[in-house]
Design a protein around this ligand. Structure first.
Ligand SMILES: C/C(=C\COP(=O)(O)O)CCC[C@H](C)CCC[C@H](C)CCCC(C)C
Ligand SMILES: Nc1ccn([C@@H]2O[C@H](COP(=O)(O)OP(=O)(O)O)[C@@H](O)[C@H]2O)c(=O)n1
Length: 385
């Protein structure tokens, strides 16, 4: 996953030069219908307007000075934000290592607090990155660097402080399981969902806030075990549901207050309650030997959101085709100048209507770019065979 994040970042910057040059917006495209998360009342909120920035220029480009400034400002902002969040991550682990060293908190509590705070603070920092389509790649550098740190220390045990504040028994090999899966999910959420979709924020809130609190409460008050899993308790699961739900709503409110989401709160609260229940049930299952809950919880939410948003009349074949289109569009978006928001929201609300939307969308033919319409038609024909 980490390799993917850098590959996408590198290929995006490379292909970006050869396929499209972003400059002044030439067209605006209105989504065929607002994603589920938007208030359904068009009178209340203007629908999202997505700018598809695409214009062909001669290469090498003669960029006026003002464009240089507008081109470098986001780059500097993202580089500064990446450095700041990296420093924050290092300081967080250092702080809990120091508290553990001074026996001010137990190692197990230290680890869980790092578990709860890391992902939530990481998601809370996303708004300090620029509005560039590359910002998500800069942000994903932070969990990627920590991924490297965990792998290196998992094999060579260089950083005692990291091992003490992030493992249960101080065994370096532990870094290669829960903590490593945790940062890989952070990379996934930053790259795929970023600030455009509540799904990424909610997945992190449930994995970090919900699962982390379940451990803290369950260890202390979990005398009544679950009938189907003697390693988990009612206290742990109920606390996961309540805290996961509240933290998810809190994160959604934070992003709404910053203008990223416009939510129909009655609908959203009901939806988040269902999502929190799904995550709590998945976390409570006796599957620890098969898959870590740092993977099963967020991925189960993604799966639930995807199938929940598929058009209910869609046949399985259409669903599979929709899913394949979504992946294809996301990959094309990653390699194009197209604004990823239009792809990610469709990735989550993809259904037969969206296929028509994509077909209707105009793509400028350019020798370097495959006509998505033609590609889709071919895809659809293949799918029908
Ligand atoms: C202890 C952790 C996971 C263990 O999970 P589990 O086995 O208990 O289910 C979390 C490991 C966190 C990692 C070492 C540091 C991650 C930092 C993050 C990418 C960025 C945080 C930035 C913010 C500003 C503090
Ligand atoms: N739903 C839950 C989750 C955890 N717990 C408690 O927290 C401990 C650690 O939970 P876990 O195995 O999910 O730990 P992580 O995989 O999240 O690190 C369990 O052994 C239980 O004592 C609980 O009682 N109920």
């Amino acid at each position: 996953m980490a390799f993917l994040s850098f590959t996408l970042a590198l290929s995006h910057s490379f292909l970006h030069r050869h396929v499209y040059k972003s400059s002044t917006p030439t067209t605006t495209t209105q989504l065929s219908r607002p994603p589920h998360w938007l208030s359904p009342d068009p009178l209340v909120l203007p629908p999202i307007r997505i700018r598809l920035r695409r214009r062909l220029v001669s290469f090498p480009p003669c960029i006026p000075r003002s464009s240089l400034t507008s081109a470098t400002a986001p780059l500097l902002q993202d580089a500064g934000a990446t450095a700041a969040v990296l420093a924050g991550a290092y300081s967080l682990v250092l702080t809990f290592d120091s508290l553990t060293q001074r026996n001010l908190i137990q190692q197990s509590l230290s680890r869980k607090l790092v578990h709860v705070l890391s992902g939530l603070l990481f998601a809370a920092c996303w708004p300090i990155f620029s509005n560039s389509t590359r910002a998500r790649y800069f942000a994903s550098v932070v969990p990627f660097v920590n991924c490297l740190r965990l792998v290196i220390n998992g094999f060579f045990a260089a950083d005692e402080g990291l091992i003490k504040s992030v493992t249960r028994e101080g065994n370096p090999k532990e870094l290669l399981r829960g903590p490593l899966y945790y940062v890989l999910i952070l990379i996934l959420c930053a790259l795929v969902f970023w600030r455009e979709s509540p799904t990424g924020v909610i997945s992190l809130a449930m994995m970090c806030g919900g699962d982390g609190v379940a451990d803290i409460i369950g260890r202390r008050f979990g005398s009544m075990k679950l009938p189907y899993n003697q390693n988990k308790s009612w206290a742990g699961s109920i606390s996961m549901f309540i805290c996961g739900f509240l933290i998810s709503i809190g994160m959604l409110y934070y992003y709404s207050a910053l203008g990223y989401f416009r939510l129909d709160w009655i609908w959203t609260i009901r939806r988040v309650a269902v999502v929190a229940l799904v995550a709590t049930v998945v976390e409570s299952l006796p599957t620890a030997e098969v898959v870590d809950d740092n993977i099963s919880v967020p991925l189960s939410l993604l799966q639930y959101r995807l199938w929940e948003n598929m058009n209910s009349e869609s046949s399985l074949g259409t669903r599979v085709r929709c899913f394949r289109y979504s992946v294809l569009d996301f990959l094309l978006a990653t390699f194009e100048e197209g604004d990823a928001r239009i792809y990610v929201s469709d990735f989550l609300t993809f259904d037969k209507n969206n296929i028509n939307f994509w077909k209707a969308r105009n793509y400028e033919e350019d020798k370097g770019v495959v006509d998505l319409r033609e590609l889709k038609e071919r895809f659809l024909v293949q799918g029908k065979r």
